[in-house]
Design a protein around this ligand. Sequence first.
Ligand SMILES: Cc1cc2nc3c(=O)[nH]c(=O)nc-3n(C[C@H](O)[C@H](O)[C@H](O)COP(=O)(O)OP(=O)(O)OC[C@H]3O[C@@H](n4cnc5c(N)ncnc54)[C@H](O)[C@@H]3O)c2cc1C
Length: 323
Amino acid sequence: MLPSFRYIRPRTVAEAVKALAEPGACAHAGGTDLVGCLRDGVFGAKAVVSLSDLAELRGISAAKDGGLRIGALATLAEIARHAGIVKGWPALAQGAGAAASPQLRNQGTLGGNLCQRPRCWYFRGDFDCARKGGEICFAVEGENTYHAIFGGSGCFIVHPSDTASPLVALQATARIAGPKGSRSVPVEKLFVLPAVDHTRETVLGPGEVITEILLPPPLAGGRGLYRKVRARGAWDFALGGVALALSTKDGKVVSARVVLSGVAPTPWRVPEVEKLLVGQMLDARLAADAAELAVKGAEPMSGNDYKIPLVKGAVEEALLALV
Ligand SMILES: Cc1cc2nc3c(=O)[nH]c(=O)nc-3n(C[C@H](O)[C@H](O)[C@H](O)COP(=O)(O)OP(=O)(O)OC[C@H]3O[C@@H](n4cnc5c(N)ncnc54)[C@H](O)[C@@H]3O)c2cc1C
């Protein structure tokens, strides 16, 4: 059952920020994650602040510089089918289209997808785990099939979003409104590793809300994709995946951003792989070498070493698709 809370429907971003700055308030976009969390007691809320009347958070529009502005309330379905995104930023369209189910994509928003809480069964279950302020991460000695092989430290969640890794690969920026005004944060810097703070996933402070995501113009010779591996073809979170944003000229890689999903508490960029790719002909040999390098330093737990060959395969396959 849902607990009781105040429901607030601000008409302006300023009103929303003010309401969200109150202790115990949280934002409500599509509600596909939030409502389940409240119902299951994952966390509580004194006030739920609806973003749905904030026209400034809606829409997808071309920017003057050739980039794109996506309002935080744009749904995953809108993003997945938007002709401009499919053409210019395919990794994002594919990420949005690979998330959840058609019903959830019609309701779930981009802002909510980036700020959704982790899916770890200990965090979501009746456990006083480290992310909820407890002493330990139960996944270390427990069931860790779906947990992190990179970047875990005191907490081993994986980031659940299928749009976050594409946005990091595409060098997107989040615009954030808050009590001190607006600020811009590269999506790459939006997420927090457990070593920094294992009780929160984003850098958003009290009262802060993502208003829009800005994408820079597509690169000349730009190519990209998002490859997600999941246990079944219906809705399922990524066991592992990769977002690629490359630019090539005459078959040679000019620039590369390679970001893994489903393997770390944040989207996981692999700069060594990017370095390896740049300046080389994109061919089967390079794809195999890059895939090998992508899993270097992985630290699997008792039940998730399958993620190493899985990620290797996903990276190799994704690169080969761009040859
Ligand atoms: C069964 C199921 C399967 C799913 N599978 C996948 C999957 O495979 N891949 C995937 O990526 N996702 C998956 N999801 C997650 C789904 O995509 C998210 O629930 C959805 O994108 C969240 O969007 P929302 O608008 O409903 O957010 P809400 O539920 O409204 O909010 C989610 C969280 O984000 C915060 N929030 C929302 N908007 C903002 C904002 N603008 N600024 C700051 N904070 C904000 C809220 O306070 C809340 O904590 C799945 C969800 C379910 C229920």
